[in-house]
Design a binder for this molecule. Sequence first.
Ligand code: SAH
Length: 226
Amino acid sequence: MNRAASKIRLLMLLRRQGITDVNVLRAVELVPRELFVPTPFRDQAYEDTALPIGHGQTISQPQVVGLMTQALAAGPNDKVLEIGTGSGYQAAILAKIARHVYTVERHRPLLQEAEARFAALRLPNVTARLADGRRGWPEAAPFERILVTAGCIGYPPPDLVEQLAPGGIMVIPLGPDHRALKVVRLRRPLVDGDGECGLQREELWPVRFVPLLPDLAPYPPQCGVG
Ligand code: SAH
């Protein structure tokens, strides 16, 4: 099957899986996922599957990208913070929907590859940087939307909660341990109320994600000595 046909098949599958938001479907249609996966996996770019991108990380399954983007409900006036740039695919999808996307990655080589893709695809409304995403991006805060694309244990990072604008939404894979993650949607009311850190919480569905890790990854990578 050629690429255009497999893309249409994927879009139809995503609709059946409940992704009905036209902005999300349009973004999936516009962003060439084959440019975000390593060459040996290009043939599988429009399969509904996560694929390895190096450094033990993965580009998320299209279904997960679609459902999380839909749950985030970002609009054209929103400033979005993404934690876990990875391949850059999710950031590119958000860039087609939101005003500006700030994205943070802890692995330098992944970040550099993602930035090259943003430039090649002429996505001027994406800004990426190397940092520990648990700290957010204080200089650009507050954000109307925050999307965390790595699994978080216990509670959402306090700096991210702090950087969420009033009326804002955070979508984050959260759980008591990495085998029991759920996509959770947190909303900050316009006026802070009671509840978890003053946020309203909805548990959406179970999910698997690579972990949100502390600090920057060592670079250059340590070779296995001894
Ligand atoms: N959104 C990505 C997939 C995310 S995979 C895509 O569209 O391809 C999760 C990513 O989170 C990995 O690249 C991992 O290196 C990164 N990550 C994990 N902990 C992090 C942290 N503390 N700060 C920033 N990035 C982190």
